[in-house]
Design a protein around this ligand. Structure first.
Ligand SMILES: Cc1cc2nc3c(=O)[nH]c(=O)nc-3n(C[C@H](O)[C@H](O)[C@H](O)COP(=O)(O)OP(=O)(O)OC[C@H]3O[C@@H](n4cnc5c(N)ncnc54)[C@H](O)[C@@H]3O)c2cc1C
Ligand SMILES: C[S@@+](CC[C@H](N)C(=O)[O-])C[C@H]1O[C@@H](n2cnc3c(N)ncnc32)[C@H](O)[C@@H]1O
Length: 578
């Protein structure tokens, strides 16, 4: 891995003094000597009346600057676990130089609580990315490995509580400066509170200039004082919106949307065409990040999407994915790519490589699924009503989420292209690579079964399997294995969809792009604004990696929760970009 490359976080160099970590770069310790829990509890969660405020809200949004070893986070999670609150905690933490997993293990080996064990399990590899995970069923952690100065402007959230836990301001001006305080001002809810252990002049003046009223309170240990600050206005608990929701489509996009809605306690109606199972009905879909040599929005989205897909779904089996190619240009590219990533993310071994963050997703019909083909959408008293081909009403809801794969051609006017593909299920008594990509994909399905793929045919729309494709896949596999000692079980065809820019589409669907609703003349004229319709589409060859996070972003917008995506990434996938 090259130093200072755009994908990796700055490594925090730590020295240890009697078990307490100290940063070489900032010449400061992460906490005073000894057990950090009481000090952190006093200065941070202890100042904000969190249990009482959680009783008055559906969600509390908390932003921590300086996640470090996660003590403040774990203390706050403990408060949630101990209380009877039903409120969600959306904990957003920014960290520029995350400690290594080994350093984190060293610190948390002392406490070994259920929460610290979970933190070690989900702790992301040191990549400059946004890592989103439902830490418990009430706590969503958005761990942003990025400098706070660039992360704050990218955040889309209304913050109730700030923890300012940088190193001492004289050593850490990047975290205590006017730009940060102004960023906090933009994000703060009326009456939002902030606390920090530092009463340095730059912090007091900065918070005041950012519109906060400041107050000195009793500090912890040798620090006599701490700083508490409050944004102007009366604090009111944020409420989640929980509208009725219907989803069209039950592939990976529809299932991901349903999964995210369930986490927000919404049980959607799900309609899917029983005669059109969709591309997600492949026996398995591989999850791994799409990486590029230049860091761009798509690779950033893919890294974040892969993390979310692996950590937030029950039906995912995590396992390393091997990469192999016989093509010199591809090998060269992979060698350059793997230089950009830590070895525990993408590791080069000779001419081969291993994606360490990868997995397999398998489709399972979601609860509440109804078999029906939606042929028409019509607004009706603020809701959208769905109809079948015979004009029979199927369902209606406040919010409609369209996730219909190739069915989107009929439902919207957005210009999608098809990419037909085929895979084969084979049986082999011999040992085969269990999880391979590169020139060919092999995925172990259990027993003696393996899935082998895939073909790509731009603008192909034939849903039937073809002998020609089956033969090609058999021949490619035989070439890779150097034998033909396997038998064909079944071929599987499917149609992927892509936008011309190869970026997925996720977000509000512009009303004029809804084909069938457009036929209804009342839309936008008689009954006020059109009912909200969102879509998740154009997932191409990587729906299993990208749909879950995109779905979480859509559902967060529907419910009024913070966006799990940086604003610029969410913007790049919007559907009014064409
Ligand atoms: C051979 C092959 C191999 C692939 N391998 C991988 C892989 O390893 N990893 C990966 O991430 N991706 C892979 N893909 C791509 C992946 O399959 C797609 O990205 C993904 O399945 C798209 O999901 P979707 O939910 O958007 O659409 P689909 O899975 O096509 O689902 C569409 C849903 O909408 C429903 N529907 C459509 N129209 C209507 C209507 N009018 N009314 C009601 N319901 C409707 C359908 O019944 C279906 O439930 C592969 C694709 C192919 C073809
Ligand atoms: C005192 S430590 C935080 C301790 C932590 N809250 C805990 O509970 O373990 C300060 C942290 O701020 C981080 N930091 C410093 N400057 C930063 C910046 N500009 N952006 C984001 N994080 C920064 C440091 O890397 C360090 O981890």
């Amino acid at each position: 891995m090259q130093p200072d490359n755009p994908y990796c976080t700055k490594v925090s160099e730590i020295t240890w003094q009697q078990g307490t970590p100290s940063s070489v770069e900032f010449d400061d310790s992460y906490w005073s000597q000894g057990d950090p829990t009481k000090e952190k509890q006093w200065v941070f969660p202890g100042q904000h009346q969190l249990p009482a405020r959680a009783q008055q809200a559906d969600l509390i949004v908390l932003l921590e600057l300086g996640f470090g070893f996660g003590h403040n986070f774990l203390q706050t999670v403990a408060l949630w676990e101990q209380s009877s609150t039903t409120a969600q905690l959306h904990y957003i933490a920014v960290e520029r130089s995350p400690p290594t997993l080994a350093a984190l293990k060293r610190v948390h080996a002392l406490t070994k609580t259920k929460a610290s064990t979970r933190l070690l399990e989900i702790y992301p590899v040191g990549l400059a990315a946004w890592h989103v995970v439902w830490f418990t069923d009430k706590v969503r952690l958005t761990l942003i490995f990025e400098d706070a100065q660039t992360a704050l402007p990218r955040l889309d959230a209304k913050v109730d509580v700030f923890y300012l836990d940088g190193f001492k301001p004289s050593q850490n001006p990047e975290l205590f400066n006017q730009f940060i305080f102004e960023g906090m001002q933009r994000l703060a809810q009326p009456g939002a509170s902030a606390s920090t252990y530092s009463v340095a002049g730059v912090v007091k003046q900065g918070l005041r200039a950012g519109g906060f009223r400041i107050e000195k309170r009793q500090g912890w240990g040798r620090k006599r004082e701490l700083l508490f600050a409050q944004a102007p206005g009366d604090w009111r608990g944020q409420r989640l919106k929980r509208p009725s929701v219907q989803i069209i489509g039950a592939g990976i996009a529809g299932q991901s949307l349903a999964g995210s809605l369930n986490r927000f306690d919404i049980q959607p109606i799900i309609l899917a065409d029983p005669n059109h199972p969709g591309a997600s009905s492949q026996p398995a879909l591989n999850i791994y990040p799409q990486l590029s040599l230049q860091r761009d929005r798509q690779s950033e989205f893919s890294i974040a999407g892969c993390y979310f897909a692996l950590h937030n779904q029950e039906r995912v089996q995590c396992r390393p994915l091997h990469w192999h190619s016989a093509t010199p240009a591809k090998i060269q590219r992979m060698q350059r790519l793997s230089q950009l990533f830590p070895d525990n993310y993408l590791e080069q071994i000779g001419n081969e490589a291993i994606y360490h963050q990868a997995g397999i997703w398998r489709s399972l019909p979601p609860a509440g699924l109804q078999g029906a083909k939606v042929c028409e959408l019509k607004p009706s008293k603020g809701q959208m009503r769905l109809y079948d081909a015979a004009g029979q009403a199927l369902s209606q809801a406040d919010v409609t989420l369209l996730a219909a794969g190739t069915g989107m051609h009929a439902l919207t006017s957005l210009a999608l292209r098809n990419v037909r593909g085929q895979s084969i299920r084979i049986r082999s008594k011999h040992t085969l690579p269990e999880f391979l990509t590169g020139d060919i994909n092999i995925t172990y399905l259990g027993g003696q079964d393996f899935l082998v793929g895939s073909t790509y045919e731009l603008d192909g729309s034939d849903p039937q399997t073809r002998l020609l494709d089956t033969d090609r896949l058999i021949s490619d596999l035989a070439q890779t294995l150097q034998h033909r000692d396997f038998t064909l079980d079944s071929p599987h065809a499917g149609i992927r969809t892509v936008f011309s820019d190869r970026v997925i589409g996720a977000g509000l669907l512009p009303a004029h792009t809804l084909n069938t609703a457009r036929m209804d003349h009342s839309i936008g004229q008689t009954s006020g604004p059109a009912p909200a319709c969102y879509a998740l589409m154009g997932l191409g060859s990587h729906g299993a990696t990208h749909a879950p996070l995109a779905a979480e972003a859509i559902v967060s917008a529907v419910c009024g929760a913070p966006s799990p995506l940086p604003r610029d990434l969410a913007h790049s996938t919007r559907l009014d970009r064409f």
